[in-house]
Design a binder for this molecule. Sequence first.
Ligand code: GLA
Length: 736
Amino acid sequence: MSITVAQGERVFSLHTNNTTYQFRADAYGILQHLYYGPLVTNTNFTYLWQPRERGFSGNPADAGTNRRISFDTMPLEFPCHGCGDYREPCLEVRNSDGSNSVDLRYVGYEITDGKPKLPGLPAVFADSDQAQTLQITLEDSITHIRAIVQYSALPSSDVITRSVRIENAGTSSVTLERVLSCCLDFMQPDSRDIISFYGRYAGERTMERTPLHHGQSRIESTRGASSLHFNPALILCDRTTTETSGSAYALLFVYSGSFIAQAGVDQIDQTRIVMGIHPQDFAWELQPGDFFQAPEVILTYSATGFETLTHNLHRLINQHLIRGKYASQRRPIPLNSWEAAYFEYDDEKLLSIAKGAVDLGAELFVLDDGWFGSRNDDTSSLGDWHVNTDKIRCGLPVFCEKINALGLKFGIWIEPEMISRNSDLYRLHPDWMLAIPGRAPISSRWQFVLDMSRQDVVEYLFDTFSSLLSSCNIEYVKWDMNRNIGDIWSQQLPDKRQGEVLHRYMLGVYDLLQRLTSKFPDVLLETCSGGGGRFDAGMLYYSPQIWCSDNTDPIDRVTIQYGTSFLYPFSCIIAHVSASPNHQTGRTVSMEARGAVAMTGSFGYSLDPSRLSTQEKEQIGKQIVDYKENWELYSHGTLYRLLPNPANRSEAAWMLVSPDRCKASLTYLLKSPIANSPVKYLKLRGLDPEKVYFVKPGNLILSGAALMHAGLPIPELRGDYPVVQFILTRHLNPGE
Ligand code: GLA
């Protein structure tokens, strides 16, 4: 049993293999957080709570003369606004009388095996023998607003998931002004750091660690997408936590829209973290009998540094979030047309690129932007998802056959959520675009956003893309989203419900994704948003891989992939070898370095083969052989980051180790070699100390213990951005 209930059925413990999470409903029915940390069984943590009278922290009426009971000072599971807690709440309402109080108290609980789906939303999945779920019902005795706080424990992943459903069991409507999915309170006043992943276009998910302070540290997106600018994730750790030691908690939001994640220290040095849908541009009218389901937050804890935290998240995402055959199968090696031709192509040019791709050893040809409507640049045609026969003169089915005849799979780029003003779709349905009556909408990259909150729009897109995918043998789709949302106003919702548009937009996107992936389960779906602008756990439920960044420069990519790797496994990080000089930075980098950085990811190419030198072509041939042989290690191996953030240093090193620890890869990249430098030794991790390994290049035969404790000397590296990639295989003596 991973979930236990003790002491008059009001102390709830969720155990995973290495962690325990505990809370209780106290004598007043307040849901009070008690503990989250290393596994501790048979313990009631109520003793930790030391109630004191605190000035200016009011007391609920039913506490009578007990001035030590205050929502304002107690560690809580689901804090509400308007009942005396002045800290960051999860729930804020506007009652029908205009008041804003909501005071939720314990009603009961239910424990079930497995993990239920969340209606309309992506969520972690688990069988009945892999998880248990606890639902706590809280209710306001005046308005009868209920919160069903949902917890699932996945013991072997060391993960707890949280979400909440708000129900209106009363007789008047209520407006939800904020519903956050999770609150994590810490009563111990330890000094802590917060780690977040900030970014921008072509520079996503840079890891940043800052000390937590009195007041709030907040990351957010109000853009209608999880965004390039902050990833929807937070890590909280001790000041002394390192890669391999110390306490660390991760919160990962399973949602792709606007979000808020906030951590703050209060007047008595308690820490609170909250995470959920951003309250800005959010208001949800809940009629009697209705419910609102908030998205899920993944929680995990490590007592042994960031490495274990990362391993927990990677395992969970690979085994309990990514679905379909490509969760475990090798994905075809693509060559994507974007950096090869941009908008400048016709079918002849594409076929010659595709022939070049075959010669290199690629397995999939991806026709990126520019194939539809009359799209010759980014000013038109989004919405007109029929082939441009001026460019693809033979039509799409015949073109696809030609690609297949070359021995390549065929894949295509789409941007379903968008509309160009210059499109037949706009001329037919101007009302389908998000726009505020009387205001000229904000354009971005010349494009506008479809109102995905409308059922008819989703229905139309489902029919359109069903026909496209049925029209020929399309085996891969890249689903892009190249702007953020503005002009949040839907023609189909009454004025007072316009606060629902952004979340309803996400529900529409998820509905379309769910229906298309169910109808075409064998199509490999890659999602994208101008690079990694919607790189989140919500999208991973539908697409096993996400385009990591439009920046394919390997030297910038090591920093982007380093940050991304804290949260997401390499199996879902798409990384391509592109041309040199690089199109984003103009930097010249060797084919070896480009390959090494792209290889530890979901690997492919974005370049024009006809512009490659003979030597580069030979190197690519070898990369493809290497990737095919070692893909399982590169995309599913256990990750060890051997050096800190490459953003702040001149070198990067990481390892991937197979589950049986018989095989490992090690990549070391030097951004700026120094003359007559000291020898660099890397102490490896994750190997079996007892096993003996054959190390190539160098042909050394060394024990795991030697490699981990004494280290491996890195050969002298010279030139621009030199790299060395080692493969370690278990060495067996004759007869072993
Ligand atoms: C976005 C993507 C690119 C490419 C272009 C096409 O920027 O990230 O990879 O598909 O759109 O317009």
